[in-house]
Write a protein that binds this ligand. Sequence first.
Ligand code: PA5
Length: 352
Amino acid sequence: MLDDPAALRAVDRSDMLHVLASLPEQVRQSAQAGARLQPRNRGPFKAVLFAAMGGSAMGADVAADWLARRAPLPCAVTREYDAPAWAGAGTLVVAVSYSGNTEETLACARAAKQRGAHVLAVTSGGELATWAEATGGDVVRVPAGLQPRAALGHLAFATLGALEAMGVGTVAKDAEGVAAHLERLRAQLGPESKEAQNPSKQLARALHRKVAFVYGAGPLAVAARRFATQVNENAKDLAHWGPIPEVHHNELSAWFADPRFRDLAVPVVLQGEAAGTPLGARERATVALMKEAGGKPWVLEAKGDTALARTFHAIYVGDYASLYLAVLLGRDPTPVDAIVKLKQRMAEFRRG
Ligand code: PA5
């Protein structure tokens, strides 16, 4: 089925597979668009707070992880209505919302702005763009018309490019490396590549009618979260993720206790750190212990010259796998009716 183009098209009715193929181009285009920003405020900033939800928050996570490893200033991601008390004068608030209409993101950015923070909005438009422009903030626009989660390349790299324009980090070379790496990977993961050689199709097959438990260390924790959320939204299936090393201090115990888990769940371990490092040793120990517990761990080897390239390698394998899983389950990946319904209920709540 996964090697039959007609069968893929019959389920993937809005052609999310085609959109996913554009990830390398998104990375290049939006890194450049972000870097062209002429900021109204160049800081210097004392801290960076990312405010975002859902698919857009994955873009924030990628940018925040990159920044935390490169730039000598504190940064955090918040998925809340309110901004932490420290976010005020001297803070750069990066509000990432694809639609520009997400109430939690807007409320968080407004709260920080009221306390003196500067706002950078990364969005395709909506209320966020209008408000940020009208109140002295900076705005980087990404192309409209996509699902937020399908715009990850735009959101993450428009953010990183704009941060570079504001004097916070320099990402241009890394972005080109990521785009080139993803271009090479696309041929192996895309629909034309047969299941026998296609790691994403094989992973989808392994997860069919199971629950994925995705584990990633360091920067790959972002890719682990992304994979679980892509399974949720594209395949409309349950999935769980956890960061290494934290899961070594709690969740690991559960794999040894109850044999039911071995039938229900598939551990997916992202591996990208060098074997001689503590995190690399932990990745390998995770796989070994899962096997000892009687499980069948799936090892996703994330390759690439930089941490960012390895993160996007794992993201690309996982994104394609989530779409193939959707096809196996007969679920159109694009619509997210439950999320739309919830947003409608909240609009009714606001109207009273
Ligand atoms: O993937 C989705 O559609 C959601 O997770 C959205 O990203 C989330 O609801 C937030 O919306 P937005 O990305 O427009 O801020």
